[in-house]
Design a protein around this ligand. Sequence first.
Ligand code: HEC
Ligand code: HEC
Ligand code: HEC
Ligand code: HEC
Ligand code: HEC
Length: 202
Amino acid sequence: MCRFLVLAVTTAPSNRPETTLRTLLLVFLFVALNTAQQSTADEGPTVPENVAPHSPPAQPLPFSHKAHVATGLECQTCHTNPEPGSLMTFPPTEMCISCHVGTATDKTTIMNLQAYAESGQKIPWVRVYAITPGVTWSHKAHLVAGARCETCHGDISRIEAVSETTAILAMATCISCHETREAKTECVTCHAWPTDEFLGIK
Ligand code: HEC
Ligand code: HEC
Ligand code: HEC
Ligand code: HEC
Ligand code: HEC
Protein backbone atom coordinates (compact mmCIF):
# COMPACT_ATOMS: atom_id res chain seq x y z
CA MET A 1 0.00 0.00 0.00
CA CYS A 2 2.71 2.35 1.14
CA ARG A 3 4.87 1.65 -1.93
CA PHE A 4 1.95 2.16 -4.22
CA LEU A 5 1.28 5.62 -2.84
CA VAL A 6 4.93 6.56 -3.27
CA LEU A 7 4.65 5.68 -6.93
CA ALA A 8 1.32 7.43 -7.30
CA VAL A 9 2.91 10.66 -6.12
CA THR A 10 6.00 10.34 -8.29
CA THR A 11 4.17 9.43 -11.49
CA ALA A 12 1.27 11.88 -11.45
CA PRO A 13 2.14 14.94 -13.56
CA SER A 14 -0.07 17.79 -12.35
CA ASN A 15 -0.57 19.13 -15.91
CA ARG A 16 -2.25 15.91 -17.11
CA PRO A 17 -5.57 15.57 -15.33
CA GLU A 18 -6.49 12.29 -17.05
CA THR A 19 -3.29 10.61 -15.79
CA THR A 20 -3.89 11.93 -12.28
CA LEU A 21 -7.45 10.64 -12.40
CA ARG A 22 -6.24 7.25 -13.56
CA THR A 23 -3.69 7.10 -10.74
CA LEU A 24 -6.31 8.11 -8.19
CA LEU A 25 -8.61 5.39 -9.49
CA LEU A 26 -5.81 2.85 -9.15
CA VAL A 27 -5.11 3.98 -5.58
CA PHE A 28 -8.83 3.69 -4.82
CA LEU A 29 -8.89 0.18 -6.30
CA PHE A 30 -5.92 -0.79 -4.21
CA VAL A 31 -7.51 0.49 -1.00
CA ALA A 32 -10.80 -1.26 -1.85
CA LEU A 33 -8.89 -4.45 -2.57
CA ASN A 34 -7.01 -4.38 0.73
CA THR A 35 -10.27 -3.81 2.62
CA ALA A 36 -12.01 -6.66 0.77
CA GLN A 37 -9.06 -8.91 1.46
CA GLN A 38 -9.31 -8.35 5.21
CA SER A 39 -13.02 -9.07 5.39
CA THR A 40 -13.16 -12.17 3.16
CA ALA A 41 -9.94 -13.85 4.36
CA ASP A 42 -9.31 -16.99 2.28
CA GLU A 43 -12.91 -17.76 1.37
CA GLY A 44 -14.84 -17.31 -1.87
CA PRO A 45 -13.80 -17.17 -5.53
CA THR A 46 -10.55 -15.33 -6.16
CA VAL A 47 -11.47 -14.18 -9.67
CA PRO A 48 -14.65 -12.08 -9.61
CA GLU A 49 -17.22 -11.84 -12.41
CA ASN A 50 -16.75 -8.96 -14.82
CA VAL A 51 -19.15 -6.20 -13.84
CA ALA A 52 -18.60 -4.32 -17.12
CA PRO A 53 -20.76 -5.23 -20.17
CA HIS A 54 -19.12 -8.06 -22.07
CA SER A 55 -20.83 -9.14 -25.28
CA PRO A 56 -18.89 -11.73 -27.28
CA PRO A 57 -17.00 -10.31 -30.28
CA ALA A 58 -18.12 -11.35 -33.79
CA GLN A 59 -15.95 -14.36 -34.72
CA PRO A 60 -15.08 -15.56 -38.26
CA LEU A 61 -16.94 -18.84 -37.52
CA PRO A 62 -19.68 -19.51 -34.93
CA PHE A 63 -17.50 -21.79 -32.78
CA SER A 64 -19.34 -23.19 -29.74
CA HIS A 65 -17.36 -24.38 -26.69
CA LYS A 66 -20.52 -25.94 -25.30
CA ALA A 67 -21.03 -28.18 -28.36
CA HIS A 68 -17.35 -29.12 -28.66
CA VAL A 69 -16.55 -29.79 -25.00
CA ALA A 70 -19.69 -31.99 -24.97
CA THR A 71 -17.99 -34.29 -27.53
CA GLY A 72 -15.45 -35.14 -24.80
CA LEU A 73 -12.59 -32.94 -26.06
CA GLU A 74 -10.28 -31.62 -23.31
CA CYS A 75 -9.36 -27.93 -23.13
CA GLN A 76 -5.69 -28.70 -23.64
CA THR A 77 -6.31 -30.81 -26.75
CA CYS A 78 -7.10 -27.54 -28.52
CA HIS A 79 -5.17 -25.08 -26.32
CA THR A 80 -1.56 -26.16 -25.89
CA ASN A 81 0.98 -24.33 -23.76
CA PRO A 82 4.26 -24.35 -25.73
CA GLU A 83 7.50 -22.94 -24.27
CA PRO A 84 8.17 -20.36 -22.93
CA GLY A 85 4.65 -20.89 -21.55
CA SER A 86 2.93 -17.52 -21.82
CA LEU A 87 0.39 -18.52 -24.51
CA MET A 88 -2.31 -21.21 -24.58
CA THR A 89 -2.59 -20.84 -28.40
CA PHE A 90 -5.47 -21.70 -30.77
CA PRO A 91 -5.78 -25.06 -32.55
CA PRO A 92 -4.48 -25.44 -36.12
CA THR A 93 -7.25 -25.65 -38.74
CA GLU A 94 -6.22 -29.23 -39.60
CA MET A 95 -7.24 -30.21 -36.06
CA CYS A 96 -10.80 -28.95 -36.74
CA ILE A 97 -10.85 -30.66 -40.12
CA SER A 98 -9.86 -34.00 -38.58
CA CYS A 99 -13.50 -34.16 -37.39
CA HIS A 100 -15.24 -31.93 -39.88
CA VAL A 101 -14.15 -33.87 -42.91
CA GLY A 102 -17.17 -36.02 -42.12
CA THR A 103 -19.38 -33.90 -39.83
CA ALA A 104 -22.09 -31.46 -40.97
CA THR A 105 -20.30 -30.88 -44.30
CA ASP A 106 -23.45 -29.52 -45.96
CA LYS A 107 -23.54 -26.47 -43.65
CA THR A 108 -22.24 -23.05 -44.77
CA THR A 109 -20.26 -22.70 -41.55
CA ILE A 110 -18.40 -25.95 -42.22
CA MET A 111 -17.85 -25.03 -45.89
CA ASN A 112 -16.26 -21.79 -44.62
CA LEU A 113 -14.10 -23.82 -42.24
CA GLN A 114 -12.98 -26.00 -45.15
CA ALA A 115 -12.20 -22.88 -47.20
CA TYR A 116 -9.82 -21.70 -44.44
CA ALA A 117 -8.16 -25.12 -44.41
CA GLU A 118 -7.75 -25.20 -48.20
CA SER A 119 -6.33 -21.66 -48.38
CA GLY A 120 -3.75 -22.57 -45.70
CA GLN A 121 -4.71 -19.40 -43.80
CA LYS A 122 -5.06 -19.33 -40.03
CA ILE A 123 -8.61 -18.69 -38.84
CA PRO A 124 -8.53 -15.03 -37.71
CA TRP A 125 -10.10 -15.55 -34.25
CA VAL A 126 -10.87 -12.29 -32.45
CA ARG A 127 -9.15 -12.17 -29.05
CA VAL A 128 -11.33 -12.07 -25.92
CA TYR A 129 -8.85 -11.99 -23.02
CA ALA A 130 -5.77 -9.93 -23.91
CA ILE A 131 -3.53 -8.69 -21.13
CA THR A 132 -2.22 -5.10 -21.12
CA PRO A 133 1.04 -5.09 -23.11
CA GLY A 134 4.14 -4.95 -20.92
CA VAL A 135 2.65 -6.86 -17.97
CA THR A 136 4.63 -10.02 -17.17
CA TRP A 137 2.34 -13.01 -17.69
CA SER A 138 2.74 -16.79 -17.90
CA HIS A 139 0.06 -19.47 -18.20
CA LYS A 140 2.65 -22.07 -17.34
CA ALA A 141 3.50 -20.64 -13.90
CA HIS A 142 -0.20 -20.76 -13.02
CA LEU A 143 -0.92 -24.22 -14.40
CA VAL A 144 2.13 -25.60 -12.58
CA ALA A 145 0.83 -23.96 -9.39
CA GLY A 146 -2.45 -25.89 -9.90
CA ALA A 147 -4.74 -23.08 -11.09
CA ARG A 148 -7.65 -24.35 -13.21
CA CYS A 149 -8.90 -22.82 -16.47
CA GLU A 150 -12.35 -22.18 -14.93
CA THR A 151 -10.88 -20.17 -12.05
CA CYS A 152 -9.72 -17.43 -14.40
CA HIS A 153 -11.99 -17.86 -17.46
CA GLY A 154 -15.26 -19.07 -15.93
CA ASP A 155 -17.11 -22.22 -16.98
CA ILE A 156 -16.28 -22.10 -20.69
CA SER A 157 -17.71 -25.60 -21.23
CA ARG A 158 -21.23 -24.25 -20.74
CA ILE A 159 -21.13 -21.26 -23.09
CA GLU A 160 -21.69 -20.93 -26.81
CA ALA A 161 -19.65 -17.79 -27.54
CA VAL A 162 -16.71 -16.78 -25.30
CA SER A 163 -16.81 -13.27 -23.87
CA GLU A 164 -14.87 -11.51 -21.13
CA THR A 165 -17.05 -12.78 -18.28
CA THR A 166 -14.39 -12.61 -15.57
CA ALA A 167 -12.27 -9.70 -14.34
CA ILE A 168 -9.00 -11.64 -14.76
CA LEU A 169 -7.32 -8.82 -16.69
CA ALA A 170 -7.56 -6.32 -13.81
CA MET A 171 -4.49 -5.75 -11.63
CA ALA A 172 -6.62 -5.97 -8.47
CA THR A 173 -7.66 -9.52 -9.48
CA CYS A 174 -4.05 -10.64 -9.97
CA ILE A 175 -2.89 -9.17 -6.67
CA SER A 176 -5.89 -10.42 -4.71
CA CYS A 177 -5.22 -14.02 -5.72
CA HIS A 178 -1.47 -13.66 -5.23
CA GLU A 179 -2.13 -12.50 -1.66
CA THR A 180 -4.52 -15.39 -0.98
CA ARG A 181 -2.17 -18.01 -2.46
CA GLU A 182 0.96 -16.46 -1.00
CA ALA A 183 2.50 -15.79 -4.43
CA LYS A 184 4.75 -12.76 -4.96
CA THR A 185 3.12 -9.30 -4.90
CA GLU A 186 6.12 -6.99 -5.40
CA CYS A 187 5.58 -4.67 -8.37
CA VAL A 188 8.50 -6.27 -10.25
CA THR A 189 6.66 -9.61 -10.29
CA CYS A 190 4.43 -8.24 -13.04
CA HIS A 191 6.07 -4.99 -14.14
CA ALA A 192 9.54 -4.45 -15.51
CA TRP A 193 9.36 -1.22 -13.53
CA PRO A 194 9.55 0.25 -11.00
CA THR A 195 12.36 -1.65 -9.31
CA ASP A 196 12.75 -1.53 -5.55
CA GLU A 197 15.88 0.56 -6.12
CA PHE A 198 13.79 3.09 -8.07
CA LEU A 199 11.33 3.32 -5.18
CA GLY A 200 14.21 3.63 -2.69
CA ILE A 201 13.09 0.54 -0.74
CA LYS A 202 16.30 -1.49 -1.16
C1 HEC B 1 -4.41 -17.52 -13.43
C2 HEC B 1 -5.38 -17.20 -14.46
C3 HEC B 1 -5.50 -18.06 -15.69
C4 HEC B 1 -5.60 -19.43 -15.77
C5 HEC B 1 -5.55 -20.45 -14.64
C6 HEC B 1 -5.79 -19.74 -17.17
N1 HEC B 1 -5.77 -18.59 -17.91
FE1 HEC B 1 -6.00 -18.45 -19.92
N2 HEC B 1 -5.62 -16.44 -19.87
C7 HEC B 1 -5.38 -15.73 -18.70
C8 HEC B 1 -4.95 -14.39 -19.06
C9 HEC B 1 -4.54 -13.29 -18.08
C10 HEC B 1 -4.95 -14.33 -20.48
C11 HEC B 1 -4.50 -13.17 -21.38
C12 HEC B 1 -3.04 -13.45 -21.71
C13 HEC B 1 -2.45 -12.70 -22.87
O1 HEC B 1 -2.98 -11.67 -23.30
O2 HEC B 1 -1.43 -13.16 -23.40
C14 HEC B 1 -5.41 -15.63 -20.96
C15 HEC B 1 -5.55 -15.98 -22.31
C16 HEC B 1 -5.99 -17.22 -22.75
C17 HEC B 1 -6.18 -17.58 -24.15
C18 HEC B 1 -5.96 -16.70 -25.35
C19 HEC B 1 -4.67 -17.08 -26.06
C20 HEC B 1 -3.47 -16.81 -25.19
O3 HEC B 1 -2.76 -17.76 -24.82
O4 HEC B 1 -3.23 -15.66 -24.84
C21 HEC B 1 -6.62 -18.88 -24.16
C22 HEC B 1 -6.96 -19.71 -25.38
C23 HEC B 1 -6.67 -19.34 -22.78
N3 HEC B 1 -6.27 -18.30 -21.95
C24 HEC B 1 -7.04 -20.59 -22.41
C25 HEC B 1 -6.82 -21.14 -21.13
C26 HEC B 1 -6.97 -22.55 -20.80
C27 HEC B 1 -7.41 -23.64 -21.76
C28 HEC B 1 -6.63 -22.68 -19.48
C29 HEC B 1 -6.54 -23.95 -18.66
C30 HEC B 1 -5.64 -24.99 -19.20
C31 HEC B 1 -6.30 -21.34 -18.98
N4 HEC B 1 -6.40 -20.45 -20.01
C32 HEC B 1 -5.94 -21.04 -17.68
C33 HEC B 1 -5.54 -16.20 -17.42
C34 HEC B 1 -5.60 -17.54 -17.05
C1 HEC C 1 -14.16 -34.15 -31.94
C2 HEC C 1 -14.59 -33.71 -33.27
C3 HEC C 1 -14.62 -32.21 -33.53
C4 HEC C 1 -13.56 -31.35 -33.61
C5 HEC C 1 -12.10 -31.64 -33.35
C6 HEC C 1 -14.10 -30.07 -34.00
N1 HEC C 1 -15.45 -30.16 -34.16
FE1 HEC C 1 -16.72 -28.68 -34.75
N2 HEC C 1 -18.31 -29.85 -34.41
C7 HEC C 1 -18.26 -31.17 -34.03
C8 HEC C 1 -19.61 -31.69 -33.88
C9 HEC C 1 -20.00 -33.09 -33.45
C10 HEC C 1 -20.49 -30.60 -34.18
C11 HEC C 1 -22.00 -30.58 -34.15
C12 HEC C 1 -22.42 -30.15 -32.76
C13 HEC C 1 -23.89 -29.82 -32.68
O1 HEC C 1 -24.49 -29.47 -33.69
O2 HEC C 1 -24.40 -29.88 -31.55
C14 HEC C 1 -19.63 -29.46 -34.52
C15 HEC C 1 -20.11 -28.25 -34.92
C16 HEC C 1 -19.32 -27.20 -35.40
C17 HEC C 1 -19.81 -25.96 -35.97
C18 HEC C 1 -21.27 -25.58 -36.16
C19 HEC C 1 -21.82 -26.16 -37.43
C20 HEC C 1 -23.22 -25.62 -37.64
O3 HEC C 1 -23.37 -24.62 -38.37
O4 HEC C 1 -24.15 -26.15 -37.02
C21 HEC C 1 -18.72 -25.21 -36.30
C22 HEC C 1 -18.70 -23.83 -36.95
C23 HEC C 1 -17.55 -25.96 -35.90
N3 HEC C 1 -17.95 -27.18 -35.37
C24 HEC C 1 -16.24 -25.51 -36.05
C25 HEC C 1 -15.15 -26.19 -35.55
C26 HEC C 1 -13.83 -25.61 -35.46
C27 HEC C 1 -13.46 -24.20 -35.89
C28 HEC C 1 -13.01 -26.56 -34.92
C29 HEC C 1 -11.56 -26.42 -34.59
C30 HEC C 1 -11.21 -25.34 -33.69
C31 HEC C 1 -13.83 -27.72 -34.67
N4 HEC C 1 -15.11 -27.47 -35.06
C32 HEC C 1 -13.33 -28.93 -34.18
C33 HEC C 1 -17.11 -31.94 -33.88
C34 HEC C 1 -15.83 -31.45 -33.87
C1 HEC D 1 -12.25 -27.99 -30.37
C2 HEC D 1 -11.24 -27.10 -29.87
C3 HEC D 1 -11.46 -26.38 -28.55
C4 HEC D 1 -11.69 -26.92 -27.29
C5 HEC D 1 -11.91 -28.39 -26.91
C6 HEC D 1 -11.67 -25.82 -26.36
N1 HEC D 1 -11.45 -24.65 -27.04
FE1 HEC D 1 -11.25 -22.81 -26.21
N2 HEC D 1 -11.18 -21.96 -28.07
C7 HEC D 1 -11.19 -22.66 -29.26
C8 HEC D 1 -11.29 -21.72 -30.36
C9 HEC D 1 -11.35 -22.09 -31.83
C10 HEC D 1 -11.32 -20.42 -29.79
C11 HEC D 1 -11.43 -19.07 -30.53
C12 HEC D 1 -12.90 -18.72 -30.75
C13 HEC D 1 -13.58 -18.24 -29.51
O1 HEC D 1 -13.10 -17.30 -28.86
O2 HEC D 1 -14.64 -18.82 -29.15
C14 HEC D 1 -11.25 -20.60 -28.35
C15 HEC D 1 -11.23 -19.57 -27.42
C16 HEC D 1 -11.05 -19.76 -26.05
C17 HEC D 1 -10.86 -18.70 -25.08
C18 HEC D 1 -10.81 -17.21 -25.39
C19 HEC D 1 -9.40 -16.85 -25.82
C20 HEC D 1 -9.17 -15.38 -26.07
O3 HEC D 1 -8.76 -14.67 -25.17
O4 HEC D 1 -9.40 -14.94 -27.20
C21 HEC D 1 -10.72 -19.28 -23.86
C22 HEC D 1 -10.47 -18.56 -22.54
C23 HEC D 1 -10.85 -20.70 -24.05
N3 HEC D 1 -11.03 -20.96 -25.39
C24 HEC D 1 -10.79 -21.62 -23.03
C25 HEC D 1 -11.13 -22.96 -23.18
C26 HEC D 1 -11.36 -23.88 -22.08
C27 HEC D 1 -11.23 -23.49 -20.61
C28 HEC D 1 -11.68 -25.08 -22.61
C29 HEC D 1 -12.09 -26.36 -21.89
C30 HEC D 1 -13.27 -26.23 -21.04
C31 HEC D 1 -11.63 -24.93 -24.06
N4 HEC D 1 -11.31 -23.62 -24.36
C32 HEC D 1 -11.86 -25.95 -24.99
C33 HEC D 1 -11.12 -24.02 -29.40
C34 HEC D 1 -11.33 -24.95 -28.37
C1 HEC E 1 -6.05 -17.97 -9.17
C2 HEC E 1 -4.99 -17.23 -8.51
C3 HEC E 1 -4.10 -16.35 -9.35
C4 HEC E 1 -4.47 -15.36 -10.23
C5 HEC E 1 -5.88 -14.90 -10.55
C6 HEC E 1 -3.26 -14.80 -10.77
N1 HEC E 1 -2.15 -15.44 -10.25
FE1 HEC E 1 -0.23 -15.14 -10.82
N2 HEC E 1 0.36 -16.69 -9.64
C7 HEC E 1 -0.47 -17.42 -8.81
C8 HEC E 1 0.30 -18.49 -8.18
C9 HEC E 1 -0.22 -19.50 -7.16
C10 HEC E 1 1.64 -18.37 -8.69
C11 HEC E 1 2.82 -19.27 -8.42
C12 HEC E 1 3.58 -18.86 -7.24
C13 HEC E 1 4.82 -19.75 -7.08
O1 HEC E 1 5.08 -20.62 -7.90
O2 HEC E 1 5.52 -19.51 -6.10
C14 HEC E 1 1.61 -17.23 -9.60
C15 HEC E 1 2.75 -16.79 -10.29
C16 HEC E 1 2.77 -15.68 -11.13
C17 HEC E 1 3.95 -15.19 -11.80
C18 HEC E 1 5.34 -15.79 -11.72
C19 HEC E 1 6.04 -15.20 -10.53
C20 HEC E 1 7.41 -15.79 -10.35
O3 HEC E 1 7.55 -16.65 -9.49
O4 HEC E 1 8.31 -15.39 -11.07
C21 HEC E 1 3.57 -14.07 -12.51
C22 HEC E 1 4.46 -13.18 -13.36
C23 HEC E 1 2.16 -13.87 -12.28
N3 HEC E 1 1.72 -14.87 -11.44
C24 HEC E 1 1.41 -12.84 -12.83
C25 HEC E 1 0.02 -12.75 -12.73
C26 HEC E 1 -0.78 -11.76 -13.41
C27 HEC E 1 -0.24 -10.66 -14.29
C28 HEC E 1 -2.08 -12.02 -13.07
C29 HEC E 1 -3.33 -11.29 -13.51
C30 HEC E 1 -3.53 -11.14 -14.94
C31 HEC E 1 -2.08 -13.18 -12.20
N4 HEC E 1 -0.80 -13.59 -12.00
C32 HEC E 1 -3.22 -13.76 -11.67
C33 HEC E 1 -1.82 -17.24 -8.62
C34 HEC E 1 -2.63 -16.39 -9.37
C1 HEC F 1 0.35 -9.87 -9.89
C2 HEC F 1 0.60 -8.91 -10.96
C3 HEC F 1 0.76 -7.44 -10.64
C4 HEC F 1 1.45 -6.87 -9.61
C5 HEC F 1 2.18 -7.55 -8.46
C6 HEC F 1 1.40 -5.44 -9.83
N1 HEC F 1 0.69 -5.16 -10.96
FE1 HEC F 1 0.35 -3.30 -11.73
N2 HEC F 1 -0.74 -4.13 -13.26
C7 HEC F 1 -1.00 -5.46 -13.40
C8 HEC F 1 -1.90 -5.64 -14.52
C9 HEC F 1 -2.46 -6.96 -15.02
C10 HEC F 1 -2.15 -4.34 -15.04
C11 HEC F 1 -3.05 -3.99 -16.23
C12 HEC F 1 -4.41 -3.62 -15.66
C13 HEC F 1 -5.38 -3.11 -16.69
O1 HEC F 1 -5.03 -2.94 -17.85
O2 HEC F 1 -6.53 -2.84 -16.29
C14 HEC F 1 -1.41 -3.41 -14.22
C15 HEC F 1 -1.41 -2.02 -14.43
C16 HEC F 1 -0.68 -1.13 -13.65
C17 HEC F 1 -0.62 0.31 -13.88
C18 HEC F 1 -1.34 1.04 -15.01
C19 HEC F 1 -0.47 1.00 -16.21
C20 HEC F 1 -1.16 1.47 -17.45
O3 HEC F 1 -0.46 1.67 -18.44
O4 HEC F 1 -2.41 1.57 -17.45
C21 HEC F 1 0.19 0.85 -12.93
C22 HEC F 1 0.58 2.32 -12.76
C23 HEC F 1 0.63 -0.25 -12.07
N3 HEC F 1 0.09 -1.43 -12.56
C24 HEC F 1 1.47 -0.11 -10.98
C25 HEC F 1 1.80 -1.14 -10.11
C26 HEC F 1 2.56 -0.95 -8.88
C27 HEC F 1 3.10 0.36 -8.38
C28 HEC F 1 2.70 -2.19 -8.31
C29 HEC F 1 3.37 -2.55 -6.99
C30 HEC F 1 2.69 -2.01 -5.81
C31 HEC F 1 2.02 -3.15 -9.19
N4 HEC F 1 1.49 -2.47 -10.25
C32 HEC F 1 1.98 -4.51 -8.97
C33 HEC F 1 -0.48 -6.49 -12.63
C34 HEC F 1 0.28 -6.35 -11.49
